[in-house]
Design a protein around this ligand. Structure first.
Ligand SMILES: Cc1ncc(COP(=O)(O)O)c(C=O)c1O
Length: 442
């Protein structure tokens, strides 16, 4: 039996694949069977360079023995501990270590299992916080057009990607949206943060005028939006949002599910942009994608607002069976060790200029209408084929895979986010492959 046959299941039908063209995949499967460092291996034995850290999550690369050992030791020592009214040491250590990576004042952490759960948790904490302070009329949540905040009902309500919303009914009530900040006519081919668009934050003032601040609980944004095809914050935009939120007593939530843990060359976007939110959602890089885990970091003021009433009262009626799972906690602690011991955030920062130059070398390649980057994030926006949106980028995705490179596409945008262990030679491979492929696609 060939290796490929040995590792291929004989029935692909039962598994309903998420965010996937199921019929296209099942007629021509792309089956990954192992991973090490910067590369996957597929069922045919071909090496596939990981240009996307899996799904923006494997920041420490694949198969690091420190994480592998920590997980296997933990599962042998204690596989599970109840999360409600019980604890285990590693999760307290992890909360202290993660909050210790934030500026002081962001001092507490709630655990979840995914980015979507982190978002719903942060929105619920924001609502419950205002109520705990006797300001319970603040029930409105503000998201942003083109925002992606996972797939829970809270996340799709504040999210702004139409395909993720249109088939799922009426969403949460009382949600409004800011405009997105993608201004290709002014900012195309920007290197780093774009110059134009800070004034779009003032749209929050318009929403305050419309709804009144006393009804608004929180604003949630991705400091850098990834899933919608990489949208960068214009210079001054996040600062302005912070100012307006402060002026009106509105909480600011940063969804750092993709920007967290070194993607921008600093621990979090919070530090990178020098803007301090009240709540931060995390997932993905927290365990380098090895074991599902997410979390919400919140300010001392928010936590303290709940710590009232009798000591034996539960303060927040929210949580998950697997909040703070010991195996995930062990994976996260080992992941943080990898980031620190190998200086991966600093590394990302050092190699980012090489990444930027390599990306922008595609400027004159056919179909490319925009290139944008920040930290170890890059996006290539392609001109859509008339009448066939997404087809060109999807063809590029398939052709890259055939040539041993994994990229991600959203609409006609190619998004790139390699593991932070990426070397210059890998960056060359990524962009050489893309240059060839973009000359071949229709
Ligand atoms: C900004 C942001 N928030 C939330 C999520 C959802 O995370 P998950 O897929 O772990 O639920 C994602 C996933 O890509 C994301 O990019």
């Amino acid at each position: 039996m060939s290796d490929a046959a040995a590792t291929s299941p004989n029935n692909l039908d039962a598994f309903w694949m998420p965010f996937t063209a199921n019929r296209q995949f099942k007629s021509n499967p792309r089956m990954l069977v192992s991973a090490k460092g910067m590369y996957y291996k597929n069922a045919e034995g071909q090496s596939i360079l990981d240009g996307t850290s899996g799904l923006w999550c494997c920041n420490a690369g694949h198969g690091d023995p420190r994480i592998v050992n920590a997980v296997s030791q933990q599962i042998a020592e204690m596989d599970y501990a109840p999360a409600f009214q019980m604890g285990h040491p590693k999760i307290f250590e992890l909360a202290a270590r993660v909050t210790g990576m934030f500026p002081s004042g962001l001092d507490h952490m709630f655990f979840t299992n995914s980015g979507s759960e982190s978002v719903d948790t942060a929105l619920k904490i924001a609502l419950a916080y205002h109520r705990a302070r006797g300001d319970g009329a603040r029930t409105r949540l503000i998201g942003r057009e083109r925002g992606y905040h996972g797939t829970g009902f809270g996340g799709i309500s504040v999210g702004g990607i139409v395909a993720n919303r249109r088939t799922f009914g009426t969403m949460l009530a009382g949600v409004d949206h800011l405009p997105h900040t993608h201004l290709p006519e002014k900012n195309a081919f920007s290197r780093g943060q774009p110059e134009h668009g800070a004034e779009l934050a003032d749209e929050l003032e318009r929403l305050v005028t419309l709804h009144d601040a006393s009804t608004i609980a929180a604003v949630i944004v991705e400091p850098v939006a990834g899933s919608t095809g990489v949208i960068l914050p214009p210079k001054g935009y996040l600062e302005r949002l912070r100012e307006i939120c402060d002026k009106h007593g509105i909480l600011l939530i940063f969804d750092e599910v993709i920007t967290g843990f070194g993607r921008l060359g600093s621990p979090f976007a919070t530090e990178f942009f020098g803007v301090k939110p009240d709540l931060v959602t995390l997932a993905k890089g927290l365990t380098s994608g090895t074991i599902p885990m997410g979390g919400v970091v919140c300010s001392k003021g928010i936590y303290d607002a709940f710590m009232t009433g009798p000591d034996n009262m539960i303060e927040l009626f929210h949580g998950y069976t697997y909040s703070g799972h010991p195996v995930a906690a062990a994976a996260a602690l080992a992941t943080l060790d990898c980031y620190k011991e190998d200086g991966l955030f600093e590394r990302a920062n050092e190699i980012a200029p090489y990444w930027e130059d390599a990306l922008h070398s595609l400027k004159d390649v056919p179909h490319v209408i925009d290139l944008r980057n920040l930290g170890l994030i890059g996006a290539i926006e392609l001109e859509p084929i008339p009448g066939k949106p997404t087809a060109r980028a999807f063809e590029a995705f398939l052709k890259c895979y055939e040539k041993g490179l994994m990229i991600r596409t959203t609409g006609d945008i190619i998004a790139l986010s390699p593991p932070l262990i990426v070397e210059k030679s890998h960056i060359d491979q990524i962009f050489d492959t893309l240059r060839t492929v973009l000359k071949e696609v229709a």
